[in-house]
Design a protein around this ligand. Structure first.
Ligand code: MLT
Length: 265
């Protein structure tokens, strides 16, 4: 479905009913990242799954910042008349956005799930690599970003088919949106000072072989967020919900159920 939100046509899916859970995908992916959580969780939760501006099936947008992405999500919740506090689940760039959403909309956050992500901003070297990539995407299209990422995203067990599917999704992203998201990630704030202020239940998840945001990054968040839970997903790289969907759903479902509310029957 599409909805006019914060000046763009935003694609989103909403499934099920119960306590609301908002899923925020990474770069330069789409809401398809969460396809396999829908069936097992929709009987107990209202799952809201957008494609971020400029990416996936949402309108192409040359604008991007963590603040704008976070504001889009708040506007989407408003448009869906979802006024209850939501569980925000963000993977990688989705985690950077979830932390920004928490800073801006803390009262709307019931709990956080920070999957395969990091609190710190890029090192100067990582920022330079992303800026170089943005320039190449401007010249040659999104295929360059897909090629750059594909070997970093998956653990050693990922099938050829899975890699091909995601290469296809990434390479068909609109270049303008890919560049805007890259520059948004480059310009993001260091979220480490935010960690100590997080007072909602938080689950930190990381794939055992995550090469983009490895276990160390997950441990930094886990140590910084009082009372948080850390789960390592064996056999997965950076794309835990599609590499080890059953394990990911089990870990996420247990966390959601632990919050009380509707829970799974
Ligand atoms: C992502 O998966 O969202 C990106 O790879 C994150 C990043 O490059 O920092």
């Amino acid at each position: 479905m599409k909805m006019h939100v914060n000046g763009i046509e935003m694609y989103y899916e909403a499934h099920g009913s119960g306590e609301p859970v908002l899923f925020v995908h990474g770069f330069p992916l789409s809401g398809r990242l969460w396809e396999q959580v829908v069936e097992p969780l929709q009987d107990s939760y209202r799952l809201i799954i957008p494609d971020l501006r400029g990416l996936g099936r949402s309108e192409v947008s040359a604008e991007g910042s963590m603040g704008l992405f976070a504001d889009d999500l708040a506007a989407l919740l408003d448009a869906l008349e979802e006024r209850r506090p939501v569980v925000v689940v963000g993977l990688s760039m989705g985690g950077y956005i979830a932390l920004e959403f928490y800073r801006r909309q803390g009262g709307r956050v019931r709990a956080l799930v920070l999957a395969d992500t990091q609190a710190q901003a890029y090192t100067p070297e990582a920022a330079r690599d992303r800026e170089e990539l943005a320039r190449q995407v401007e010249k040659e299209g999104s295929i360059v970003a897909a090629d750059w990422l594909i070997d970093k995203l998956f653990g050693p067990k990922a099938s050829r088919e899975l890699r091909d599917t995601w290469w296809q999704i990434m390479s068909s992203s609109a270049p303008v949106g890919v560049v805007a998201a890259l520059r948004a990630m480059i310009g993001r704030a260091d979220s480490r000072p935010t960690l100590a202020s997080i007072s909602v239940p938080t689950l930190v998840v990381v794939g055992e072989h995550d090469a983009i945001t490895p276990l160390d990054d997950a441990q930094t968040m886990h140590r910084g967020i009082v009372g948080s839970r850390l789960e390592v997903i064996p056999g997965a790289g950076h794309m835990t919900p599609v590499e080890q969907p059953e394990r990911f759903v089990r870990v996420l479902g247990d966390f959601l159920d632990s919050l009380g509310g509707s829970g799974r029957r």
